[in-house]
Design a protein around this ligand. Sequence first.
Ligand code: SAH
Length: 481
Amino acid sequence: MRNYQNRDDYRNNYRRNRRTDRQDAPQVEVEEGQRFPLTIKKMGINGEGIGYYKRMAVFVPGALTGEEAVVEVTSISHRYLRAKVHRIRKASPYRVEPRDSYADQVGGFELEHLAYPQQLEFKRDIVRQSLERYHPYGFKDYDVRPTLGMADPYAYRNKAQFQVRQTDDGTVQAGLYAERSHDLIDLPTCSVQMPVTMTVMRALVGMLQDLEVPIYDEDHNSGIVKTLVVRAAANTDDVQVTFITNSPKLPHKHQLLLRMADELPQVTSVMQNINPGKTSLVWGDKTQRLAGEETITEKLGGLAFKLSARAFLQLNPAQTEVLYDQAKKALDLQPGQTVVDAYSGVGTIGLSLADVAAEVRGMDVIPEAVADANANAELNGITNAHYEVGTAEDLLPKWAVAGFRPDAIVVDPPRTGLDGHLMDTILAIHPEKLVYISCNPSTLAKDLDTLTDDYHVDYIQSVDMMPQTARCEAVVKLSQR
Ligand code: SAH
C-alpha cells in the first residue's frame, strides 16, 4: 500500500477521496417502471446484486454476481436506484433453486438461491467491502480468512419468532412480514428452522384457531396474541414457548395449556410476555410463567446454560461452538489473566474462559440475561465470574476507576457496534488482548477505524452463523501496537 507519513495523513487522504466521489455522483434521467439490461458486478451487504446504469449503482435483490438481467426500476434516490429482476438473460452457474418457495418475499433468505460455497465467499467479500468503505488503518494488509461454514447449512435455527394474524375467514397464520411491509407471509414450513421449532409452531397455530383465541389486529389495536416464539435447545431437547400478547389477559388459557400438555410433551417451558399497544418492539418488559419451567437449558462447549425467554442466545447452536472456539483462540488467554465479557448475554463466552482466567466480569443491559449469567456461573460451579446489569459504556469506565483493569476484553455488541465512549475507555485501559466479535461488518469496519489508533488487526475470521441469509459474523483478533 501507499506510504503515509502518519495515520492522520492516511485518513485525510481517504476522506478527500470520499468527498470527491460524492460530488461526482451522476444524475441520470430514469423513471420508475423503466426497464433496461444490467450486468451484476458484485453483491452488496444485504445480498442484493449491484450493477451500474450510466454509472449509477442499481441494487437488485435476488440477482447474482456475473448475471445478465433485464431489470425494472422500483425506486429512485439521489445516489442509487433499486430495481427488481424482470428476466434473467444469463444465469450464474452458482444459482440454485431455493428450498423455500417464499424465499424471495421475506427477509432472512437473501442467499437461498446461491450455492453454499459461494455464500461463504460472499460473506468474506462483505468483510472486505466494509473495510474498503471505512478503510481502518492498514486495512489492505489485513488477513481476512475464508469463512467457516456448516457441513449441512439447513435446519439450524433454534428459535422461530413469528408474527401471528387472522385472515377474514378466521384462519390463523404465523410467519414473517414481506420485506418493507406489514403483509404477513404464512410459513407452514421453513428449511432453516430446527424441525422441532416448526412442529411446535404449527401445532400452536392450530390450537389458537380451534380455541378461537383472539389474535391481535394491528389496524384496530385489538385482539390478544401478537407473536409466537418457539426456542429449542439443540443439546438437551428442552423447548420453550412464549406467547407475546397485547394485554396480560390470555383468553382460553386453561384449555390451551391443557392441549399443549397433551399434544406437545416436548415443550418444557411456557411463558407469556406482555407488550401492549402498537409498537415496533416485539418484546415487552413483563414476562410471566404459564406452565413448566421459567428457563430452558442449553449445553455448549461442555457447560450448561439456563435461558430466560428474553435472554439472547446465538441462533445456530452448532456454529456457536465454532464461533466461541475462534473467540477463545483469538483471545489466547493465559492462566491468571483477567477478562471482561462485554455484551455478555447469558454469560456463554465469559464462562467458557473461566477455567483459565483469574477473574471474569461481564455485563448486559437485559436484567434477566444477567440473572441467568450469574445463575449459570453457579450451575457450572464457577466462582470467579460475575455479571452486572448495565451498559458496557457505563460499567467498563466505572470498573476502571475502581481499579479493575482487565488484561483482556472480548466485545460482542449488537448490530449497532460499539459506543464511542466505550471505545475511548478501551483505548485508555489499553488491555493487552482484545477480541471483537461482530455481527455487522459495516459497524465493525467503522469501529476498527478508531480501535486501530492503538491496536493492530492480526486477522479477521468470519464464521457463518446464518446460512441462506446475508448475515455475516466475524471474530477479530487485535493486539497492541
Ligand atoms: N455474548 C452473548 C450475547 C451477544 S448479543 C452471546 O454470544 O450469546 C449482544 C448482547 O448485548 C445482547 O444480550 C444485548 O442485550 C446486549 N446489549 C445491547 N446493548 C448493550 C450495551 N450498551 N451494553 C451492554 N450490553 C448490551
